[in-house]
Design a binder for this molecule. Structure first.
Ligand code: 0PR
Length: 385
């Protein structure tokens, strides 16, 4: 640290120099991110709530009401009248909370000491973190030919140590939706906790379903679903960090409650102690400002870009890995490997990411990628073909 205070101007210039090395979403070159530029209105609200600490909600009663209201609204999108949960830092924390609830529940009611969680091979790596932290064994269910959880493999993975089954609504690599309705039934019949990771899909599938897209039921309308992760900082256009964890029953929060004797509330179920109210406030604002209509329009635009991009890729001769269900397109060159193609694109300024299962270039069509960016990218892809 400096000995003497530094002037604001110098500090700001200094920070600007650092920031100038960052990529900007608006340049349309960030093609593998599930986050995007937050809406300016959401950013404005965020700044107004920077001092609210939901770790001690009795001091910030209004902000706590905002968090509850956000959870209730997201629950409303997911067919729940009553729902319990928190706005957290992102999908990782949300998934960790879900697995912790499942683990504690199974420990309390079934006496399972060293448990297992069944996740599809397509699951986000946050479940590996959760398992590692809680000393749980991960059992991976295989994927079928369409890269969705294979039901037989899932059934065969169930044991008397299973504390949770996880399925994905909007997989990280391909944006696919598992047959969650079927899995819910299996979980329910076997009395096993079932968590749905809709970190990516939670803010778009409900709207797409409403206009006739063919998705399985994936939410609390299914009796087996115990919890759902939905991230406002992905498709919700809220500023980072804003994740969401929703539980069907209060007891799932209660089984992981820790005494917090000197705080204004006497127990705490979240992983984080001091935690920001700003994310809740910004999410509250942007959800109201967009309304269902706004989100529907957003996802319709993104889906139309997705279809456009996929069709143009096909015309050039690239192989599409799987028909997109959400706004992710994965593809391969017939002879150039995905890593090599990614490097070639990088040389031209395009930041794509490479999926691992199967290996392919993966483009996530978020709001910052406009049709003109796609046209430019397609030109380069034509050139490289
Ligand atoms: N669940 C799913 C289905 C996800 O795709 C992700 C992250 C998570 C959980 C974890 O969410 P948090 O990262 O909010 O904790 N998916 C993206 C990914 O790993 C996150 C991301 C976003 C990566 C922007 C890169 C990036 O530039 O691909």
């Amino acid at each position: 640290m400096e000995e003497k205070p530094v002037s604001k101007d110098i500090i700001l210039k200094n920070l600007e120099d650092f920031q100038s090395q960052d990529l900007k979403y608006s340049d349309g070159r960030i093609l593998g991110s599930m986050c995007t530029e937050a809406h300016p209105f959401a950013k404005e609200i965020f700044c107004n709530f920077l001092d609210s600490n939901l770790g001690d909600p009795g001091l910030f009663k209004g902000t706590k009401q905002i968090e509850d209201s956000v959870i209730k609204s997201i629950g409303g999108l997911l067919s729940a009248d009553e729902v319990y949960g928190n706005v957290v830092t992102g999908g990782t924390e949300a998934n960790i909370m879900a697995i912790r609830a499942a683990r504690n529940h199974a420990r309390k009611y079934k006496g399972i000491k060293k448990g297992e969680i069944i996740v599809p091979e397509s699951a986000h790596f946050s479940f590996k973190k959760a398992a590692d932290m809680m000393d749980l064994k991960i059992v991976e269910a295989k994927l079928d030919d369409n890269y969705k959880i294979d039901i037989e493999s899932l059934k065969n993975s169930i044991s008397d140590k299973t504390v949770a089954i996880v399925a994905i609504a909007g997989t990280t690599e391909l944006g696919l939706v598992d047959p969650i309705d079927e899995i819910s039934k299996i979980a329910y019949d076997n009395n096993i906790y079932f968590h749905v990771d809709a970190a990516f899909g939670g803010f778009s599938i409900p709207f797409l379903k409403e206009i006739g897209y063919d998705f399985p039921d994936f939410d609390f309308s299914l009796p087996g679903v115990c919890s759902i992760t939905v991230d406002p900082h992905k498709m919700g256009l809220a500023p980072i960090p804003a994740g969401g964890i929703l539980f069907r029953k209060k007891e799932y929060l209660e089984v992981m409650a820790i005494d917090s004797p000197y705080l204004t509330v006497k127990t705490q179920s979240t992983i984080v102690g001091t935690r920001l109210g700003a994310a809740s406030a910004a999410t509250y604002g942007i959800m109201k400002y967009f309304g269902k209509e706004g989100y529907l329009e957003l996802i319709q635009n993104l889906m139309s870009n997705t279809i456009f991009f996929k069709e143009e890729l096909k015309k050039i001769g690239y192989n599409i890995v799987v028909e997109p269900e959400l706004n992710i397109v994965a593809f391969n060159h017939p002879t150039i490997g995905a890593e090599e193609l990614s490097d070639l694109l990088d040389e031209r300024g395009w930041k794509v990411s490479v999926a691992s299962c199967p290996v392919a270039i993966r483009i996530i069509l978020m709001n910052h990628i406009k049709k003109s960016h796609l046209e430019e990218l397609l030109e380069d892809l034509k050139d490289l073909y």
